[in-house]
Design a protein around this ligand. Structure first.
Ligand SMILES: Nc1nc2c(c(=O)[nH]1)N[C@H]1C(S)=C(S)[C@@H](COP(=O)(O)OP(=O)(O)OC[C@H]3O[C@@H](n4cnc5c(=O)[nH]c(N)nc54)[C@H](O)[C@@H]3O)O[C@H]1N2
Ligand SMILES: Nc1nc2c(c(=O)[nH]1)N[C@H]1C(S)=C(S)[C@@H](COP(=O)(O)OP(=O)(O)OC[C@H]3O[C@@H](n4cnc5c(=O)[nH]c(N)nc54)[C@H](O)[C@@H]3O)O[C@H]1N2
Ligand code: SF4
Ligand SMILES: [Mo]
Length: 725
């Protein structure tokens, strides 16, 4: 038998097996013999919310290669550099191997005893709500569903939130107030079919790279990019709008005004399916183009060009990310985007939608089934009917279900400082790098009686501070599903075992339920994530995020399924609201509007520069995973400050200088300058990935009043020359 035949025989299914003869990989050239897998496992990428399908090759209990799944509709074979190297962090020396009590390895039995015993003690002394939980957008949906029940009904606290409040809670709140429910109405196919794509505060070239794959299939479209920085994404735009930070509210009001003034309102749609048009028109009339130009720094010609590209197009896809959400006006800015889409009739069709691009691989999963900011299945805490329906499905007394959500993430931190929360369980998030105003957070955490951190890696800045570390499996080592930005639930499959004694989060939740004595009641006969999935299908039947028609087999066959999936849509649905009916009380969408508010911390003489923060393609968040991928770490080994040449001259800073940034809350030393005209002279940009030089020492504890999302994108700083690194 030739080597080629042997390899072909070893493959579970046919993926152009012939090309593997003599180790030739169709995408990446020649593979060394030791990297030729014994078997292949299909799964979904565990980094960003694009949700690429991938095939991982396993040999001798290790993942030896990763490739894009050519049959998956999201990426059709391509992957970005993080996806391609996703198996490398699994073998990192920084993996957490055993439960640790104050740094000493202990058994799982003792770990559960310590945790449950101490949480009970705290709850007896200070009340049930004195225990809080912070989770993530990076578990599988089955784990989110289990965790929500365990926290709210098992531990009996509703002070449960996640890092998703640092990320897409403004999109959730904005959708809810405009449409009556959360749920991104559009799809990636829309990127292929739209006539105009309007990206607002979204740098997809770095952060959702495979979305380009879809834009590249679109033969003719106009791309508008609105971002204060001329990002890689902006460089590809037909129309780049270098907006003044937080000028978006002016711009959106101005565009709405132009649409109304020049007769481009979709009257039929507005009359049949919305409320509030008269009041909107009155409000928008206060935003003439000259005023908008003055406050956004955009020329009237550029604003007019954006208006034309929107008004005259058949299908417009409005897509946004953190440039919009990370603001004290995030929720209302999201609703303004929804309003612009509604009055131009851009909703309910492929290519026509207001689409929030989410961040983490499964931020959507917590939205659907999480039981933190709403009841599972997009049910409302405040609705008695929703509570009764869910309680009946669970065979529980409806009085057990909370009537309102508990504290949001920043309010949990405040409650710790106020002494009302005494024990905290942190799961798959790393606040000691990612939360704004680090100094205040450190003070808060120091006041806890108990800090439990459940993470796949150790040490991280947060596990280092924990009383108890619970080591977990990560992507590649556990099973379930993730939902991406276009509502597509895709399968996640275990390929290898976790290291040492680390366990899947799901198993930890089940063990804790047993120790708490709530297994039979909350998780009857649950053995694996598949049992959670079966219950998710049952309790979401008839809801907007309807999983009732899904199965793991169907997800495998189709490359994921976009909910709703039920009898009416057996293979899922590309768009929401195709019939113009919205899940509000009267079935109509609300045309909401808002006026601009000042920045929470405007620059002044002492702190004259506006600091903008965000991401780069090589790294994932707080780098617990990407620091161990040599290719990525070497490309981007340290943070930097993007600064305009004029500003560099003003402060007498030459190329390769190191500087400190100082805000009212802290300082970060030894940051390397990148002198570039892609940034405005009054602003600097620093990526937030590096805990060692953590830009969140500087950022503001200012939050959107509706979504509680932080204002990460603007705070006032000054620049000082440093001598040390
Ligand atoms: N490589 C990589 N990819 C990722 C991630 C990662 O860590 N690394 N994280 C994932 C996650 S969780 C998320 S949430 C997404 C985030 O994806 P993005 O939102 O694309 O990422 P950011 O870089 O945080 O911010 C986007 C842009 O907002 C701009 N911006 C700042 N202020 C304003 C403003 O006032 N108005 C407008 N219009 N724009 C503004 C910034 O200049 C920046 O270019 O990325 C996901 N993908
Ligand atoms: N200045 C500034 N700050 C920001 C942002 C910004 O743009 N600017 N962006 C914000 C946004 S949008 C986000 S989403 C947050 C992200 O901030 P974080 O959530 O703090 O970032 P991650 O590094 O993704 O943290 C995830 C943690 O989970 C662990 N982990 C990975 N997989 C698993 C698993 O399967 N199980 C368990 N138990 N653990 C696992 C990882 O090792 C890591 O420690 O940062 C926010 N912070
Ligand atoms: S684009 Fe996102 S989902 Fe796709 S490979 Fe890259 S990180 Fe993974
Ligand atoms: Mo995020």
């Amino acid at each position: 038998m030739t080597l080629g035949q042997k390899i072909k025989e070893s493959l579970g299914f046919d993926i152009k097996a012939d090309e593997y003869a003599f180790g030739r990989d169709p995408q990446y050239g020649y593979l060394s013999q030791k990297k030729i897998p014994e078997r292949w496992v299909k799964t979904t990428c565990g980094y960003c919310s694009v949700g690429c399908g991938m095939v991982v090759g396993v040999k001798g209990g290790e993942i030896v290669s990763v490739r894009g799944d050519e049959e998956h509709p999201v990426n059709e074979g391509s992957l970005c550099p993080k996806g391609l190297s996703e198996h490398l962090p699994l073998k990192s020396p920084n993996r957490a191997h055993a439960p640790l009590w104050r740094g000493e390895p202990i058994s799982w039995g003792r770990a559960y005893e310590e945790m449950v015993g101490r949480v009970r003690q705290v709850q007896e002394q200070y009340g049930k709500e004195s225990f809080a939980v912070l989770s993530t957008g990076q578990l599988v949906t089955e784990e989110f569903y289990a965790l929500g029940k365990l926290v709210q009904l098992g531990f009996g606290t509703s002070n449960y939130d996640g890092n998703t409040t640092l990320c897409m809670s403004s999109a959730v709140a904005g959708y809810k107030q405009s449409f009556g429910s959360d749920g991104p109405p559009g799809s990636y196919r829309g990127l292929r079919e739209a006539d105009t794509v309007f990206l607002i505060g979204a740098n997809i070239a770095d952060n959702h790279p495979i979305l380009w794959h879809h834009l590249n299939q679109n033969e003719e479209y106009t791309l508008i990019v609105c971002d204060p920085r001329k990002t890689k994404t902006a460089m590809f735009a037909d129309l780049y709008l270098p907006i003044r930070p937080r000028g978006d509210v002016y711009l959106l009001n101005g565009l709405i005004n132009l649409v109304i003034e020049h007769g481009y309102v979709d009257r039929d749609f507005v009359e049949a399916h919305t409320t509030g048009f008269e009041a909107l028109a009155e409000h928008a009339s206060h935003y003439p183009i000259e005023l908008v130009s003055e406050h956004t720094g955009l020329s009237p010609e550029a604003i007019w060009a954006a208006f034309e590209a929107i008004a005259k197009a058949e299908n417009v896809l409005f897509a946004w990310t953190m440039g919009v959400n990370h603001s004290t006006q995030g929720t209302d800015t999201v609703s303004l985007i929804n309003t612009l889409a509604l009055i131009t009739g851009n909703i309910g069709r492929t290519g026509a939608a207001p689409l929030s691009i989410t961040g983490q691989c499964n931020a959507m999963g917590t939205r659907e089934f999480g039981f933190a900011s709403s009841l599972p299945g997009y049910r409302k805490f405040a609705s008695q009917a929703d509570r009764e329906e869910l309680a009946a499905l669970w065979e529980l007394d409806a009085e057990r279900l909370p009537k309102k959500r508990g504290l949001a993430y920043p309010d949990i931190i405040d409650a710790i400082i106020a002494g009302r929360i005494k024990a905290l369980w942190v799961i798959a998030t790393n606040p000691l790098a990612s939360f704004p105003d680090q100094e205040r957070l450190r003070q808060a955490l120091a006041g806890l009686d108990l800090l439990v951190v459940q993470d796949g890696f150790h040490p991280t800045p947060t596990t280092e501070l924990a009383d108890l570390v619970l080591p977990t499996a990560v992507w590649g080592e556990k099973s379930g599903s993730y939902t991406n930005s276009e509502r597509r639930a895709s399968r996640v499959q275990q390929a290898v075992s976790p290291p040492g004694e680390a366990k899947a989060d799901f198993d930890i939740f089940m063990d804790l339920a047993r120790v708490l004595g709530v297994s039979d009641e909350l998780f009857p006969a649950w053995r694996s994530p598949a049992d959670a999935f079966a219950e998710m299908r049952r309790i979401s039947k008839g809801q907007l995020c309807d999983y009732s028609g899904m199965s793991y087999e169907k997800m495998d066959a189709l490359g994921g399924i976009q909910w709703p999936c039920n009898d009416a849509h057996p293979e899922g649905a590309d768009s929401l609201y195709t019939d113009g009916r919205f899940p509000t009380e009267d079935g109509r969408a609300r045309l909401l509007y808002t006026a601009p508010r000042p920045l929470p911390e405007p620059p002044d003489d002492e702190y004259p520069i506006l600091l903008n923060t965000g991401r780069t393609v090589e790294h994932w968040h707080t780098r617990t995973k990407t620091r161990d991928v040599p290719m990525l770490e070497k490309l981007s080994p340290e943070p930097w400050v993007e600064i305009h040449p004029q500003t560099a001259r003003r402060f007498r800073l030459g190329p390769r200088t190191r500087v400190s940034l100082v805000s009212r809350r802290g300082r970060v030393e030894g940051l390397l300058l990148r002198i570039t005209e892609t940034i405005h002279p009054d602003q600097v940009f620093v990526p937030f990935h590096f805990a060692e030089q953590c830009v969140n020492q500087l950022t503001l504890p200012a939050f959107c009043p509706k979504s509680r999302e932080p204002n990460y994108k603007q705070c006032a700083v000054r620049i000082e020359k440093t001598t040390t690194k």
